[in-house]
Design a protein around this ligand. Sequence first.
Ligand code: UD2
Ligand code: MN
Length: 501
Amino acid sequence: MGKPVVLPKDVEAQVKKKVDEGWKNNAFNQYVSDMISVHRSLPDPRDEWCKAPGRFLENLPETSVIVCFHNEAWSVLLRTVHSILDRSPPQYLKEIILVDDNSDMPHLAKQLDDYMEQYPKVRIVRAPKREGLIRARLMGARHATAPVLTFLDSHCECTTGWLEPLLTPIAKDPLTVVCPVIDVISDDTFEYHYRDSTGVNVGGFDWNLQFNWHAIPSKERARHQHPAEPVRSPTMAGGLFSIDKAFFERLGTYDSGFDIWGGENLELSFKTWMCGGTLEIVPCSHVGHIFRKRSPYKWRSGVNVLKRNSIRLAEVWLDEYKKYYYERIGFDLGDFGDVSERKRLRENLKCKSFKWYLDNVYPELFVPGDAVASGEVHNLATGQCVDSPAKPEDNHKPVGLWPCHKQGGNQYWMLSKEGEIRRDEACMDYAGSDVILYPCHGSKGNQYWEYSPETNRIIHGSSKKCLAISQDRKKLVMEDCSLEEGRQKWKFENYDPNKKL
Ligand code: UD2
Ligand code: MN
């Protein structure tokens, strides 16, 4: 029933060795997975609303489920496959296509072929060389024979009734792309975690072109009678979704110039919306996924794959907004290959602009163009810049300092019209001790700053203190303001007074 498996602390040395080995090879607790049945039962995470008779269409189109893997653990891959076979109405499951992206773990060769021979719906396709997740998915799609494609990662578990709610919106409108709710399978105990429909989030992104999750905006919430109805989402996480095959092809599938991993989820999200479709998260469909803290497999050496994919994405789909991503990488584009064909695709499809997408699909996103200043915050006395990562896990930590490097990244800040100094969802915040990052709350107070390009001071609104560098030049401090003190003088890049409120 998805209950956790907790190993005793004092396991014998031999077992400990196996446990460590499992973590090392997979970045999850493979030893624990191997103890659990590949047909394990799970709780039913659906709201009652989903179970009402007639909730979903009958006579749905068939789907091909495509599962790509590069070196997946045996029990985890089998549990993925069995959960699909065991919990999909057979009349809707045409086939499962396992795409082996050139794995070298021995159990994925003949042993897998032999095992899957008992299941006529399972087909195995093998990439002769490592293609990466994105081209592996395209390979799977080429072999698929059903009218709907469903993609899953190779460490998933489908729950009761997962498929019908995904196929129904597509049957009604083939331009709808749907994602299940992604439940969390613990990487350590394999416990199955889920929440009811009121906990559903939608996808967004930031100007690093990184995917993130958000609460459902109130406007979208207001469109619905019940929280279990499908909700519109600006983006998808990427791994788990269903799409009409013909629509996927019309959209030009994925950019096959994308390597290994990353960016493809935003590409498909943007073009779904911009080229006439709709992207939804379907709260009645739950699929579990093992989220890992690191990726266990090899990436190409010497190339920043994710950055290269993101640049290709920005070039083709972001229009004038691409500069906000480029600012974040210091305009260091490098060789991102040829994208002319992808641009032609967009033209032929007559897709809407990225501005349309931002205005209509993702109006909640903070657009740097609205910022009063953006770029580095440079101390004139010391040549140091305000420097911090600003991911959710960096909140509540003091903001740091580093020699200015002109490469964006952790030194890129925006001064919003509301007086916030922010990056993405994190705001500089002073409550009397350290200057820290804190989730932006939009109500000024401790997050309100005034920058003056004449005096070069950054004054904190409520305390009236000045942002400064400490005497020993080691940290950011707040001091009583003094016009003579160089350590209180800052230059905020790209200041535009016309943008002030
Ligand atoms: C998330 C997505 C993933 C993908 C990625 C962005 C979810 C839950 N997962 O990553 O599907 O969209 O974001 O690109 O939404 N794989 C290969 N070849 C490779 C590398 C990976 O086949 O070279 C397989 C891998 O075995 C797995 C899948 O691709 O089944 C996704 O990789 P991951 O699980 O490491 O990515 P994840 O979940 O962090
Ligand atoms: Mn995954």
